[in-house]
Ligand binder design. Structure first.
Ligand code: HEM
Length: 290
């Protein structure tokens, strides 16, 4: 990604600032894709929209991405890089291959967030900008949503392993399994057991219609033990279980923004804990998993 940023000046594009990199969230079409990293750069250029897009595509080509019409071109799925033009000042532009502002600016959080990192005063194509209250609220959610949840994940994991020495032994023998075990801990003892939503339209699920305007409690903890998804042993700890999907971090537009950080923290905690104190146990109470 950095190599692509470094290449832009050779194509008449000056890079003024770069955002951090962000992981994709499993939202919409992206559900089917492997995770990839996303970042934005603020630029200065004399190029017009089409020429600027050509510059982006030239950089893609230099970094190994095949172009449309050439064998091996990939629209979605694994590809070396995708360099897109999102906003060009206030320019509104539409051609066969380019729309400005880019429609994904507000549709995808992993596109909008790096843009906001570069410019807190950003006015999105629909005319919105963050108010001080939005920013404060967001800080609160990050602090509140990120602390107890991760601490609970680690305590739940310790408690679960205390009940199942055989599973603890698997992790001690093969620490590479710890990353997957973290998801199994989250599945069985989800830090966020449930949250509320209000329906904005009638929704029918399994032949039951919930009218618009109803409060709905989504029980992530219960979903995560659904036998239809996880089989007859859904209530049992299996650190080697393959878990293609779960709801401990929710799903859709509010998917947890800290999921990668939380998993990293928990993985490091268990790698260290099991290496330093392989025999340490906790007295587990109220666990629902044998
Ligand atoms: C094991 C740890 C964690 C769990 C189980 C967890 C779970 C969740 C869940 C279920 C949601 C969705 C809320 C909803 O559906 O309305 C959520 C959202 C969120 N989480 Fe986490 N979280 C964890 C760690 C973190 C960390 C470490 C951070 C920040 C550093 C964080 C920040 C957030 C934020 C900002 C949101 C709101 C996203 C949005 O509404 O767009 N979380 N989290």
């Amino acid at each position: 990604m950095q190599a692509a940023v470094d290449a832009l000046p050779r194509h008449g594009v000056r890079v003024l600032a770069s955002s951090s990199t962000y992981d994709t969230d499993p939202v919409g079409l992206v559900l089917d894709q492997p995770a990839f990293l996303n970042a934005c750069v603020r630029i200065a250029t004399d190029l017009g929209p089409e020429a600027l897009l050509d510059a982006c595509k030239a950089v893609e080509r230099e970094r190994g991405r095949t172009q449309p019409g050439e064998g091996g071109y990939v629209v979605k799925g694994p590809r070396p890089i995708d360099v897109d033009l999102l906003l060009l000042g206030d320019t509104a532009f539409r051609s066969a291959r380019l729309t400005l502002p880019h429609e994904q600016v507000t549709a995808r959080r992993f596109v909008l967030i790096p843009l906001l990192e570069l410019d807190f005063d950003l006015v999105t194509p629909d005319g919105e900008r963050l108010s001080d209250r939005d920013i404060l609220g967001f800080c609160f959610v990050v602090v509140a949503g990120g602390s107890d949840t991760t601490a609970s994940l680690i305590s739940h994991g310790v408690a679960l392993l205390s009940e199942r020495p055989d599973q603890r032994a698997v992790l001690i023998d093969d620490p590479a399994v710890i990353g997957g075990a973290i998801i199994e801990f989250l599945r069985l003892e989800s830090s966020v057991q449930g949250l509320c939503r209000t329906t904005i339209q009638d929704v029918t699920i399994h032949d039951t219609t919930i009218p618009a305007g109803e409060k709905v409690m989504m029980l992530y903890g219960s979903d995560n033990r659904d036998q239809r998804e996880f089989g007859d042993d859904a209530d049992r700890l299996d650190v080697r279980r393959a878990i293609p999907r779960h709801l401990a971090f929710s799903s859709g537009p509010h998917f947890c923004i800290g999921s990668h950080l939380a998993r990293l923290q928990a993985r490091v905690a268990f790698e260290e804990l099991l290496a330093l104190h392989p025999e340490r146990r906790a007295r587990a109470q109220n666990l629902r998993s044998p």
